[in-house]
Write a protein that binds this ligand. Structure first.
Ligand code: 9MR
Length: 348
């Protein structure tokens, strides 16, 4: 790890200083050199046109997760045809920088689309089309992605059970198993992930998630990695992240900390009082690093940060004009923030 870090430091410094101006820290080693497992970042093809985004992601991250363009909402058209233009571009971009691509996400309650809505009254056709969709998308990228979020966010927010969604309405609880078997059939070597959020915030949701994992394992469903998104508030209860990673790791499966951001705005409850939460924000990222390091290396699938600079965060994109959040590791000039520096320090 030291050798890799040393080898990359010079390159990183050169790229940083040429692209980020005075705010760049020329002594910064690539963030990815501080982990033995891959460090990922959420990506969109629209960001490719930005040279600073290009340079910083190439330097600091091992893997890209398409933030939207590998989802059903992008790929599946209303006539059932598939659009692969953006995923293909994401793959080419990643290859160019010798990065991996993490597939996100095949089946999500939040995205079903007109094509499947129109099939809902014909269960047999619906099920055949559902399998075919998973097989087509996974099959297209066989051997080219680091893994797939197969089912995303299946658990209700209060942890009382599985969410209702089109997939469950038509296929029953078995919709989950069908998707994993179809994905495994299309790419038997591909790590398959179950991904959800608030597992640290809501212990009841974590228990329900783990119950689902246990049931899937007992049924022999091909499930290899657990994804805990980690969209957290700076005011999250201390100890929650450690408890979550420990509980998830007790399954024996690998862990993907899959969508990290630490929101100040959530902590401040949308007030302007960010400064009282900055120290807590830093403590959260330190706790995340400590919890990560306490996992057995064999169970460390990776950590993915949900965007590069604060201005790239979904929090800011979806709330244009309102108070901006500062949940990410890099600021809008491309400099590593104290939050990012604390993460690196805690990973050392
Ligand atoms: O950050 C993503 C945003 O750009 C998209 O518009 C949105 C809908 O596709 O999804 C966001 O990412 C979500 C992820 O896919 C699943 N977990 C929660 C993320 C934040 O909402």
């Amino acid at each position: 790890m030291i050798d890799r870090r040393a080898a990359l430091t010079g390159l990183s410094a050169a790229i940083l200083s040429s692209c980020t101006g005075e705010a760049a820290t020329t002594d910064a080693a690539p963030l990815k050199s501080f982990l033995t497992a891959p460090l990922g970042v959420a990506a969109m093809t629209a960001e490719f046109a930005d040279p600073q985004w290009q340079a910083l992601t190439a330097t600091h991250f091992d893997r890209l997760t398409p933030e939207w363009e590998m989802k059903m909402e992008y790929i599946l058209q209303s006539d059932g045809s598939h659009r692969f233009e953006a995923p293909d571009r994401l793959l080419r971009q990643a290859k160019l920088n010798r990065q991996g691509i993490f597939g996100h996400a095949l089946v999500w309650y939040a995205q079903d689309g007109a094509y499947f809505q129109n099939l809902r009254s014909d269960k047999a056709r619906f099920e055949a089309a559902y399998r075919a969709y998973v097989q087509a998308v996974v099959g297209r990228y066989t051997g080219q992605v680091d893994g797939w979020d197969v089912v995303n966010e299946p658990i209700l927010d209060d942890g009382s059970g599985l969410r209702n969604c089109l997939w469950r309405d038509v296929l029953g609880d078995y919709y989950i198993d069908i998707a994993y078997h179809a994905a495994h059939g299309a790419d038997p070597a591909c790590p398959l992930v179950l991904n959800d959020y608030n597992l640290e915030h809501t212990p009841a949701k974590r228990r329900q998630f783990l119950k689902l994992v246990d049931d899937m394992q007992k049924r022999g469903v091909p499930l290899h990695v657990l994804g805990t998104q980690t969209h957290i508030s700076a005011a999250l209860e201390p100890g929650a992240l450690k408890a979550t990673l420990r509980d998830l790791a007790a399954t024996g499966l690998k862990i993907h900390v899959s969508e990290v951001d630490v929101s100040l705005k959530e902590a401040a409850k949308n007030a302007f009082d960010f400064k009282s939460y900055r120290a807590q924000q830093i403590r959260q990222i330190e706790e995340l690093a400590e919890a990560w390091l306490s996992l057995p290396v064999a169970q460390q699938y990776g950590i993915t940060i949900w965007g590069l600079r604060d201005k790239d965060s979904w929090y800011n994109r979806s709330q244009k004009g309102l108070l901006a959040d500062e949940p990410l590791l890099f600021d809008d000039t491309g400099a590593l923030k104290p939050l990012g520096q604390a993460f690196v320090k805690a990973l050392r």
